[in-house]
Design a protein around this ligand. Structure first.
Ligand SMILES: *Cc1c(COP(=O)(O)O)cnc(C)c1O
Length: 467
């Protein structure tokens, strides 16, 4: 008994020690470091197991945000872990210019075989690798621009993106993002982009349906394309869910209209499925729900099951052919040192095998229905403005009163309060503004979902009690 207590003390002390050592040397992403350690507790993690993260102090945390939307089948999933270990013993890395390896080839073959298709459209036939989502977006933007440049259409220098969209943090990716918090300071550094109205159904006007909203946004896009005919090389968007923009969801009809408008105006459609790909929205890819195929498809995050950084940009044959020439300048000379890293490709292949072996999408339909059931009672709470869901993403929008047009005073930092209240109860929620969401690993079971719902209810009550 005494020993046990002693051990627990030792573990807690070692967690404190790690916090101190961390803050002495690390600069954390997306963090005002001033808030550590007092406002924000830093949580040293020792290991992961399924949907759980296990802290150095022995506490367990349910990872309801899939570790920044990367994890698919749980932490330390043995099949993926083994695939990486086996690959590491054979070939850990090789330059991909002039050289090739089986994992890169097999992964490209498999991705192209499962990529979205559209009747009457030439399929996606080529894969270009990068090593994170933002880099993948850069690749797609540069390809679109360069393709037109190769054809002598040098006036096509602009991109159209959507209001409230997000595509990453590097300068090019940030240029097509519309989230002021990330963008504002860097505005003088960014390249030219135009923002078309978001089809976000939460912004529907009184009496409008989600489909009306999509139609109205599409008309805005059409006007923009007409006004800038010949200046635009691509439209980039996040199909079905604008994740970083607050899990805002739209009607698939928008994607069909956008696809048709891109065709009419001879502009490429870039689908950024970095967050929504690999089953998050209920289908393997979000574009499937609209029956559209983009010209360029960006994948990352869940691509490796959440184990290693990797991105893939899938392109049409027509885009690829536009770079074939005797001159090097017409070639796509973009590269990253770790392009097509064998370990990351092996992880992705293992992840795709799990989709086949475990009938993941069917199981997710059951899990998503259970999520809906468990969240339904929140709709009656006075501070819940909306509950919305697309597949394995469920969002709970909080507001000062049930009326969606009266947000909380940002100074209250409802999101931060909710984050801390959930963490104290052993659940990782990471609200975006006043919006709480569930985006759990697909392996989450019924007991874990019940814990998640219970804690969410307590958190909503606690953080809205004082306003
Ligand atoms: C996360 C994200 C990115 C950026 O990916 P990183 O790997 O974080 O650079 C791009 N687009 C979308 C839609 C994302 O959610």
């Amino acid at each position: 008994m005494t020993n046990l207590v002693h051990d627990a003390d030792m573990i807690a002390a070692s967690a404190d020690d790690w916090r101190e050592r961390d803050l002495a040397v690390l600069w954390h992403p997306c963090t005002q470091m001033r808030e550590h350690p007092n406002t924000l507790p830093l949580v040293p993690i020792e290991r992961g197991e399924g949907a759980w993260l296990i802290g150095r102090d022995g506490r367990r945390y349910l990872d309801a945000v899939s570790s920044w939307w990367t994890n698919l089948f749980g932490h330390a999933e043995p099949r993926i872990a083994r695939a990486i270990a086996n690959q590491a013993m054979q070939l850990e890395q090789v330059i991909l210019a002039g050289f090739s390896h089986a994992p890169a080839v097999e992964l490209a073959e498999q991705l192209l075989a499962i990529a979205p298709t559209q009747a009457g459209r030439e399929p996606l036939t080529k894969v270009f690798y990068a090593d994170n989502g933002s880099a993948g977006v850069e690749v797609a933007l540069k390809m679109a621009f360069h393709w037109f440049h190769n054809r002598g259409e040098i006036k096509r220098t602009k991109f159209i993106a959507l209001e409230n969209g997000y595509h990453g943090e590097t300068i090019g990716a940030l240029s097509v993002g519309d989230i002021p918090l990330y963008r504002r300071v860097y505005a003088p550094l960014l390249c030219e982009a135009m923002f078309a109205p978001s089809p976000d159904a939460y912004m529907a006007r009184p009496g409008e349906t989600a489909a009306d909203c999509a139609e109205r946004a599409a008309s805005g896009l059409e006007a923009m394309l007409q006004q800038h005919a010949g200046e635009v090389c691509a439209l980039i968007l996040e199909p079905l869910v604008q994740c970083a923009g607050g899990m805002r969801m739209h009607d698939p009809a928008y994607l069909r209209r956008a696809r048709a408008l891109c065709d009419t105006h001879g502009v490429f459609m870039i689908a950024d499925e970095i967050a929504v790909g690999f089953g998050r929205t209920g289908t393997l890819f979000a574009c499937e729900q609209a029956g559209v195929q983009p010209d360029l498809l960006c994948l990352s995050k869940g691509l490796t099951g959440g184990f290693l950084p990797l991105a893939a940009v899938l392109a049409t044959q027509a885009i690829y052919d536009g770079f074939l020439d005797d001159s090097r300048e017409r070639a796509f000379l973009h590269s990253h040192s770790y392009t097509g890293n064998p370990l990351a490709c092996a992880a992705a292949l293992a992840s795709l095998a799990i989709f086949r072996d475990d009938d993941v999408l069917a199981r997710n339909r059951v899990t998503a229905a259970r999520m809906a059931e468990l969240a339904a009672p929140f709709a009656a709470l006075p501070h819940v403005a909306e509950i919305r869901q697309t597949g394995m993403i469920l969002a709970i929008e909080l507001a000062r009163d049930g009326n969606r047009h009266t947000p909380f005073d940002p100074a209250l930092r409802i999101g931060l309060l909710a984050y801390r209240a959930a963490l104290e109860r052993g659940v990782v929620l990471r609200p975006l503004g006043d919006m709480l969401y569930w985006m759990p690993p697909y392996c989450i079971d019924n007991a874990q979902l019940q814990l998640l719902a219970q804690v969410t209810a307590e958190v909503i009550e606690e953080v809205t009690a004082c306003v």
